[in-house]
Structures are given as structure tokens and as C-alpha cells.
Design a protein around this ligand. Sequence first.
Ligand SMILES: Nc1nc2c(c(=O)[nH]1)N[C@H]1C(S)=C(S)[C@@H](COP(=O)(O)O)O[C@H]1N2
Ligand SMILES: [Mo]
Length: 253
Amino acid sequence: MSRFLTRRAALTGLAVGAGGLLTGCDKLGNEGPVRKFIFKGDGWNRGLQRLITSRDALAPEFRPDQMSPIFRSNGTRNPNTQSYNAHAAADFSTWRLKIDGRVARPLSLSMAQLRSLPARSQITRHDCVEGWSAIGKWTGPRLGPLLRHAGLRDDARYIVFHCADRFGGTPYYESIDLVDAFHPQTILAWAMNDHVLSVPHGAPVRLRVERQLGYKHAKYVERIEAVASLDDIGRGQGGYWEDVADYDWYAGI
Ligand SMILES: Nc1nc2c(c(=O)[nH]1)N[C@H]1C(S)=C(S)[C@@H](COP(=O)(O)O)O[C@H]1N2
Ligand SMILES: [Mo]
């Protein structure tokens, strides 16, 4: 049932979004008729409401003076492949972020295009499963309007992030569902702490999905793929750590 509702919420977003990307009109559709339909108010629906509200809620945001003086990097600190190094040497002017899979209009965006989109800045706390946290500021366009621009097909259920690094020889990837994809704090960050994103932190662009643990925040994103199922991605568990170490696919915090 929750998957059905999830899909309905995302579809409403799509309907609202025609042409929204370039005008900066990126309202989430989840305050509209679907929400009224879901939240009619009998007991059965109140249970669902709690479930959905908790997924929609915002992660805490912090003041600039609360930012951590040191924000460590983790996992891959430099993809260091021939192709990545060539992009880095060109200041990532050659980088393309592709959005494809179950979409009507595949996109291939340069960093200049990505940086010219309406951006959101948020100061949030990053929690790594290894037991460290840091508060930093992240800036970039919201993922939701970009997906609306690409036009998700009806059978799209998950959004997969393909990264440029190989961690321990295996391509790093991650995935989220459409609730998190359209969450207002889910952004493609190209800046951190008011500076262009550095190589250790995922240059030129990385995911921020603030309601989940650190390993979900894919760095070095070069391709975003909408899929109907995660079965054929990696070993089928939806992410690098999910595949190699049985980490939870939904890593809510
Ligand atoms: N592509 C890629 N993304 C990744 C990783 C990685 O090794 N490769 N490590 C993850 C983990 S475990 C954490 S905690 C964060 C660390 O982000 P940071 O290096 O900016 O601190 O990135 C996540 N995203
Ligand atoms: Mo992590």
C-alpha cells in the first residue's frame, strides 16, 4: 500500500511540474488533491498519515555558526581514474551528468547548466555509520524538478546514482525511492561550505539525501538512472554497501 501511495504522490508532482525547471517553479505536488485523498481522516488513514509524514519531514537545519570546523571525507577520496583525472584537469568543464532510464526525455547536463539552475542551500548534519558526524553547508538544485523535467515514466520506482569511483574495485552506486527523490532537501550538491565541491567530498557533484545515513550520499555522480526495479543493478540490493556488507537499503536517521 505505501508503495502505491508513494507513486501517487510522485505523479502529482509530475503533473505540477511541466516547464517548472527553467522557471524556478519547483513546488512539490504533495500538498494537493492526493494528500487530501490520503488524509481523509478515518483511523486507517491516520496510520498511513503518520507513516508518510515521517518520510516527508525535514531533516534539522543549522545556523552558520554551528558548522563543523573540520568535515572529514570518507570512502573514496579521489576516484583517480584516467577519465576522472582528465575531467578534473579541465575543472570539470567536460563533465556531463546524465539522467536516463525510465524517463521520457533523457538529459545530459554540463556543470555550467547544473550551476545555473535554481539552487537550494542547507546546513545539515552528516551522520556516518562508522560513528562520526559533521555539520556542513550544501548547495545545488533539487533533484525533484530535474526528474520532472526528464519526465519519469509510469513504471519508474527508484532513482539510481552511478558514481565515477570504484571502491575496492567495484563501482560505487546508490539508490533511493521516489519519496526521497522528491523530498525538498534532496539536492545535487555542487558546492560545500560556500566553495565549489572538492575532490575528496565528491566533485563535481554529489547527492545529499538528508534523511538518511552517509553512505547513501553518492559522490562523483555521473549518471542518474530511473528504474522500475533494483534487481538488475549491482548485486540487486540497491547500493554498494548494501551489496557488499548487507547494509540497510533504507538508512533513515
Ligand atoms: N561515490 C562514492 N560515494 C560515497 C562514498 C564512496 O566511497 N564513494 N562513501 C560514502 C560514505 S560511507 C560517506 S560517510 C560519505 C562521506 O562523504 P564525505 O567524503 O563528503 O565526508 O560519502 C558516501 N558516498
Ligand atoms: Mo559513511
